[in-house]
Design a protein around this ligand. Structure first.
Ligand code: CP
Length: 317
């Protein structure tokens, strides 16, 4: 595997899940695979889980790890070609990428949507430059439109907890004080649409995801109907995708928060969220602390998803 930015890059999901279970049962078996190999993790945005879980995954595989926080201690990078660099950015990404690549064997990149241009965000200009100019395998640690390591961990978690072969999985929008990218819901939808689960997305009108991500999901504007009989409730906030409101907050309606009354409509559903989560905005204390909350095992599976992907990349070197 030379690239991991979307569900198609992982290949058939049954094989990917079997590989993930193998990694989970035997986390230290492939330590020789990463010997004398270096992972460079580049962060344009903050992280807790991705940073720690990916580093742990690489260490489980015997790799050396270098972490660069672009906005803390590195030169500010210009990312647009053709710009007269007379501002506050002394280095261009087109030099920085091959230099960084010369120090490592595999590169992980985190670069969120900037909301300056929908076209730039949805063309994934940052991570695609790493793929084009680094000459090294590149994986996404959350890009502008997708968060595939999170979605893979979500899928692993659902497979571990599901009580029926074909669970009803509901992705619900929930309110948030700031405008957030669509990467997590886009990606979650993309991965769910590759399964045979019953998959429903519920959100206020105006929060429709790009059609290439919502795909065959049932869109239900009435959260009561969506919650009925659900086996998994996956909560997330996102900003508007459709023009002219791209990247904007259209609603902070607190009635969309996941609370105990809503969970009573479900089939004793498990609660999921990628974290970090704002309590009592997205989800009530009661729900996230309940026995049905699986946010911690979900986060723990981030090591498994990252290790499965990095292991495949190491095999391809
Ligand atoms: N879920 C997730 O990616 O968490 P971080 O932003 O903390 O990495």
């Amino acid at each position: 595997m030379n690239k991991f930015t979307c569900v198609q890059d992982i290949g058939p999901l049954d094989i990917a899940l079997a590989n993930a279970m193998d990694v989970k049962v035997n986390p230290y078996r492939d330590q020789d695979l990463g010997k004398n190999k270096t992972l460079l993790m580049i962060f344009f945005n903050s992280s807790l889980r991705t940073r720690l879980s990916t580093q742990k995954a690489a260490m489980n595989l015997g790799m050396n790890v270098i972490v660069l926080d672009v906005n803390q201690g590195a030169w500010k990078l210009e990312t647009e070609r053709g710009v007269i660099m007379d501002g506050d950015k002394p280095e261009h990404i087109l030099e920085a990428i091959p230099v960084m690549a010369s120090y490592c064997d595999i590169i992980g990149v985190r670069s969120f949507a900037r909301f300056e241009s929908k076209e730039a965000d949805y063309n994934e200009v940052i991570i695609n430059q790493f793929i084009q100019y680094s000459g090294k395998p590149v994986f996404s640690m959350e890009a502008a439109t997708r968060h595939p390591l999170q979605s893979f961990a979500d899928l692993i978690t659902i497979e571990e907890y599901k009580r029926v072969a074909r669970p009803k999985v509901v992705l619900t929008w929930a309110p948030h004080p700031m405008a957030l990218p669509q990467a997590v819901p886009n990606s979650f939808a993309e991965w769910m649409n590759e399964t045979d689960y019953e998959f429903v997305i519920t959100h206020p009108e105006g929060y429709e995801l790009a059609p290439q991500f919502s795909g065959k999901a049932k869109i239900e504007y009435d959260w009561r109907k969506a919650y009925e009989g659900a086996d998994f409730i996956y909560a997330k906030n996102w900003s508007a995708y459709n023009d002219p409101n791209y990247g904007k907050i259209l609603s902070k309606d607190r009635s969309w928060m996941v609370d105990s009354d809503k969970m009573k409509l479900t089939n004793d559903a498990f609660f999921m969220h990628c974290l970090p989560v704002r309590r009592n905005m997205i989800v009530s204390d009661e729900v996230i602390e309940s026995k049905n909350s699986i946010v911690i095992p979900e986060a723990a599976n981030r090591v498994v998803s990252a290790q499965t992907v990095i292991r495949e990349m190491l095999k391809s070197l």
